[in-house]
Write a new protein. Sequence first.
Length: 503
Amino acid sequence: MQRSPSSGALTTATLRPLYQAAQVRELDRRTLASGIEGFALMQRAASSAWHSFRARWPQVRSVSVVCGAGNNGGDGHVLAALAMQSGLKVQRISMQPLEALEADAARAAMLASAAGVGVTLYRPDMTFEGDVIVDALLGIGLSREVEGDLRAAIEAINATGRPVLSLDIPSGIAADTGAALGAAVRADCTVTFIGDKIGLHTGDAPGHAGEIDFRPLGVKAQAFFDILPAAWRLEESWLSEAFAPRPRAGHKGTFGHVLVMGGAPGFGGAALLASQAAARLGAGKVSLATAAEHIGPSLTRCPEVMAREVRGGADAAAMTKGADVIVVGPGLGQDAWGQAVLQSALQADVPLVVDADALNLLASRWPTLSRDNWILTPHPGEAARLLECSVAQVQADRPAAARALQRARGGVVVLKGAGTLVAGPGGLAVCPFGNPGMASGGMGDVLSGMLGVLAAQFDELELATRLGVLVHALAGDAAAKEHGERGLLASDLASYARVLINP
């Protein structure tokens, strides 16, 4: 089999860098040290946010701007001045008396007052008067749960049901993890500045940030070579670069032989979904090692898949011969049959995609096993079992959990969920695509089949994994766009994915 080379263009050059809060603060510090005044940078941020506001809501005639005590609030004060100068009715709400503000935030508040914008000190019983609300409460420095008046203000903003624009990050979202710390603003759009934040794209954040509008404010983050991004954001444009036309002299041996091992008695659907997804994504050959009762349904569903009965370890071991990649786990079960099949897969010297019950067996029977040539695809519950922690701990800091699991187990780790994460030797990647319609049975099985065929066709496992996660999420979005999120089935994805990889 001939794998596709991994060109330099497919590393990180076409992906957006994502940063942690401390890194963005350092970028800000260095920018100020280069001679740009802090207040001038604040004005740039407010101006960028105002342009985003007008582009999204051109007909709106009134706005409520809710300002916190720090520089995020300062951005809000300047935006309030810009809105007043543009003829909007502006309600400016401050969480602190203006005389208590300091430095650039105080200067911004004075600018808004000089522009004729009135100010009201926040009260829990007050009414938001604007047709749109601007959230300028908290910035990227939040590290503990919000409480008191800040929490009350966040909950009041959400209760209005009106459109919301958040500045830099929705107040209440942790910039490094994406976790909602007690309460968080639900924005329709978030304008984020200087460096895009990893926490905007995973965890709770996708349900709070809305559309993300990144504005670098003239700061070229990647010019500071010693500040390495915390992660990379996968981009749709990557696909056209990755999936070049196939060689005219190619044959089925050129495009990989994927073996799917799973489907214990009574659990055939998952393995059938995985094997069909592998075939639809362009594997040269797909074999299915499964229980006897699933052979007929497999032939009916997808006769191109070479399905064979597995009665135990000997049958499973025989089927691993000749496979380029093995996908093990969909519908595997955790009894003696599943254990024997997984043992056979682990003894094969080819890349593995390990999913579902194979992950649970790793946690219980092979708790220290690691290898370089596998892809582990846990959802948060499976990740918690592998890490011997709670699901809440995984979700509280998904990037840290993905990194920890990759360090402990090697290879490449896919932590599924909103803002799926791919952790590998090359760092962390975040997939910002996908939708709630994909929260249905079998989606992970389809992903494992897609990962299997791409692992067979690309010579870098991490690259193949990032591409597979991206294709899977975009296929789900395409299916939802055409038919809606409700009722979206895992089996719907394969046909949309096929279109994506044939640009």
